[in-house]
Design a protein. Structure first.
Length: 150
């Protein structure tokens, strides 16, 4: 009987844990409004970060201003990272030059960048907690030679 009660309590506790979620509000700054296009935002778990098509939640925000905001709602408690880029030409991918450098503005949560490629998940990650809203400000980055090309 005692074991049955413990199992029942663990099951109820497990169900409660799985139902916990939070929200993440993201303010994206330094959008290049005159270039137009849209901002693609993806929320990633460690596995798949920051590969295209691997985000657990993603969306497209039309560019209207030098800032954009987006809210991820009902995100299960856990550790996540965000990858963002401004899709200037509407081809649904982050374009790169011959050296592999992005030719469209991009960013990661915690405003971290990798030296040769994207940052490690550990540096870009943040914790989503139960019934709480996280607020992040992420600044898009562009290589200095991009502006001259447009």
């Amino acid at each position: 009987m005692k074991n049955a009660v413990i199992i029942l309590l663990l099951m109820l506790f497990g169900i409660t844990l799985s139902a916990q979620s939070g929200e993440v509000e993201v303010e994206i700054t330094e959008v290049v409004a005159e270039w137009g296009g849209s901002v693609i935002i993806g929320l990633f778990e460690k596995k798949g970060f920051p590969k295209a098509g691997q985000a657990v939640f993603s969306d497209t925000i039309p560019v209207r201003d030098i800032k954009a905001t987006y809210k991820f709602e009902a995100i299960p408690v856990g550790k996540y990272a965000i990858a963002i880029y401004q899709d200037v030409n509407g081809d649904d991918k982050l374009n790169r030059d011959g050296y592999g450098r992005p030719t469209e503005p991009y960013a990661f949560s915690n405003n971290v960048f990798g030296r040769f490629g994207p940052p490690k998940f550990a540096k870009a990650s943040f914790l989503v907690t139960s019934d709480a809203e996280s607020r992040l400000v992420i600044h898009l980055k562009e290589y200095s030679n991009i502006r001259g090309d447009r």
